[in-house]
Ligand binder design. Structure first.
Ligand code: ADP
Length: 252
């Protein structure tokens, strides 16, 4: 398994509470290489906390997280993260923004240029490589953020509601682009969303979460015909199944 999460719990310290509530409690699951897994659940149920734990930005209070058989002890380029808002440097053009992570990783200039060009082409932004962030739409900025992470060739791509601030058309376009990229690179993805439709369309497997104190969650595997179609009956069936699963969890 590429990722193994075992009995993980996390509380955020709070100044006036000796025993603050858990943000996630007793979560266990694994992700195999090449899988596209969505974490689905309502706001506040701990999805971002879980993603930040796997990224290594946070440490669990209990339990363990292993990446490729080794404990996660902090962030590393092998686990690249794309957030809801692209954080680009306004004074750098797109190429330079994408190059930043590679520079930080100590990649030499020639290889940097090759990887930047490759990943900009992957997200369809090579023609805009000399533009500056203020010249880009929200969707283009998110593609730059994705290109910056892809340039590092991460074994695991972590995405935290990356398309939720975009309009519906742009969101669908980026979802399709992401699926193509994943297919071409056999990219492993952990994708956090509160949208049932998004999870049903993107995932090979959906893990549903509900807020602590209960640690209950469930998972469903989605077997679908290729290529995916948005108007496919099986997609509607998956959406209905996930909706009823979430309702069932909220009654527990
Ligand atoms: P989700 O991503 O599902 O919306 P989060 O992981 O952001 O959920 O939050 C889970 C719980 O942890 C919520 O109750 C939230 O208020 C709390 N929380 C998240 N981040 C912090 C923080 N930095 N400090 C204190 N509490 C936090």
């Amino acid at each position: 398994m590429l990722i193994d999460v075992a009995d993980v719990s996390k509380r955020y310290p709070q100044p006036h509470l000796a025993n603050p509530p858990a943000a996630v409690e007793n979560i266990s699951f694994s992700i195999a290489a090449g899988e596209f897994v969505c974490i689905l659940g309502p706001s506040g149920c701990g999805k971002s906390t879980l993603l930040n734990l796997i990224a290594g930005f946070l440490a669990p209070d209990r339990g363990s997280i292993q990446f490729a058989g080794k404990p996660v002890t902090g962030p590393e380029p092998q686990r690249g993260v794309v957030f809801q808002e692209a954080t680009l440097f306004p004074w750098l053009n797109i190429r330079r923004n994408v190059e930043l992570g590679l520079k930080a990783a100590g990649t030499d200039r020639e290889r940097r240029q090759k990887l930047v060009d490759e990943s900009l082409a992957l997200v369809g932004l090579h023609a805009s490589r000399y533009a500056y962030p203020h010249q880009l739409s929200g969707g283009m900025k998110q593609r730059v953020a994705l290109a910056r992470v892809l340039a590092l060739k991460p074994r695991l791509l972590l995405m935290d509601e990356p398309f939720s601030a975009l309009d519906a058309d742009t969101r669908e376009h980026l979802q399709d682009q992401l699926l193509k990229i994943c297919a071409s690179r056999r990219q492993t993805v952990l994708f956090v969303t509160h949208s049932v439709e998004e999870a049903a369309y993107l995932a090979d497997r959906v893990i549903t979460m509900r807020p602590p104190p209960t640690s209950l969650y469930s998972e469903i595997r989605i077997h679908r015909k290729q290529p995916r179609r948005r108007n496919a009956k099986e997609l509607t069936m998956t959406i209905l199944r996930l909706r009823s699963l979430l309702k069932g969890l909220s009654r527990c």
